[in-house]
Design a protein around this ligand. Structure first.
Ligand code: TXA
Ligand code: MG
Length: 313
């Protein structure tokens, strides 16, 4: 299959929407990471996401829509959902809510769950595509399953080129790590740390969030221990570096690439996957990473790094 490269011009927006409505796969830029989009109402389109990513099919997908009324057609809305959506959308937040019986969503997209993960992404080109296509778009991160998430069109081409219909190039993703996933089935529960901090969500909610316990069933691929893995192994909290290691620094350290010389966590988040991709091309056995403070966006960064460093099967 030839993978077409698309730009943000209006003709290409229409082409991307047309491919989606015809059951094809288009990688779309979002503010977090590139997503691999398909029409969420079509089981065959959703099946081709799983096939292209070689993703275990028990993982449900996030469905992307262009506005709140479109979200309300898919899930049972609540006052809490309204408050959080008004504060955070469009933006790096996914809400998990009860799926409506009449929602045009393939059972394959929810992996048979009776809840649905929905989000309105902030990237203008992708919102234009979503508006033009006017179908709910399932989009996991556009990388082969288990590997580093893509924050540039070139990363998508490298991982999935020849296996998907098109890649829309919207430039580098400004947030750089996936959306925060908030479960709103009963009391608000943090299912995955991400681009919006827990502190911010607690402010919007007016109270602290519940956390997922280790014994809960896995509902997010990002909850699996080994994930976001480069080819090289990963060593965390490195305060000194060995000669055979690629050095990924944070703050004022001598290193090969620095997540943020000024120790700015949002800059570090936006560089994280990009720098891991880059260092992985240098052929080292191991990537050693400086300690990252576990506060604010650092929680999501450390979550991704721990999974990148986890033992692999
Ligand atoms: O920022 C993002 O969220 C990116 C961009 C493309 O939007 N997408 C993304 O998708 O990270 P993905 O599939 O790589 O990770 C989202 C996770 C999935 O692993 C899935 O398990 C979880 O969201 N999820 C989907 N439906 C769910 C549900 N009903 N309950 C709990 N978790 C769910
Ligand atoms: Mg992913």
């Amino acid at each position: 299959m030839q993978t077409r490269m698309l730009t943000n011009c209006s003709k290409d927006v229409a082409t991307a929407a047309h491919i989606l409505c015809s059951g094809g796969l288009v990688a779309l830029p979002t503010e977090t990471v590139y997503g691999l989009g398909a029409d969420a109402s079509s089981s065959s389109a959703v099946a081709s996401i799983y096939a292209a990513k070689e993703r275990p099919s028990f993982n449900p997908l996030i469905v992307h829509v262009h506005d709140i009324p479109a979200a309300k057609r898919l899930v049972h809305w609540s006052e809490t959902a309204e408050r959080i959506a008004q504060a955070c959308w469009p933006g790096p937040l996914t809400l998990v809510l009860p799926l409506r019986d009449d929602a045009p969503i393939s059972r394959l997209a929810t992996a048979g769950l009776d809840t649905l993960a929905v989000r309105i992404p902030a990237h203008p080109v992708t919102r234009a595509v979503l508006t033009c296509a006017d179908v709910p778009v399932a989009a996991p991160s556009a990388n082969p399953s288990g590997q580093i998430s893509p924050t540039r069109a070139a990363h998508v081409l490298q991982g999935l080129g020849g296996r998907i219909d098109a890649i829309m190039d919207g430039g580098p993703c400004p947030v750089g790590i996936e959306s925060t996933i908030l479960g709103l089935m009963d009391s608000p529960q943090l299912l995955r740390p991400g681009g919006i901090t827990e502190e911010k969500l607690a402010t919007y909610l007016g109270h602290p969030l519940a956390h997922r316990s280790e014994n809960d069933v896995i509902t997010a691929a990002g909850q699996m221990q080994s994930h976001y893995a480069p080819n090289a192994s990963v060593r965390l909290n490195a305060v000194s570096f060995a000669l055979n290691e690629a050095r990924l620094g944070f703050g004022q350290v001598d290193c090969d690439m620095n997540l943020s010389r000024n120790a700015d966590l949002s800059e570090a988040a936006s560089n994280l996957f990009d720098h891991l991709h880059e260092l992985d091309t240098l052929g080292y056995d191991r990537i050693a990473v400086s300690p990252i403070p576990d506060t604010g966006l650092g929680v999501a960064i450390n979550d991704r790094l721990q999974r990148a460093a986890a033992p692999r099967d």
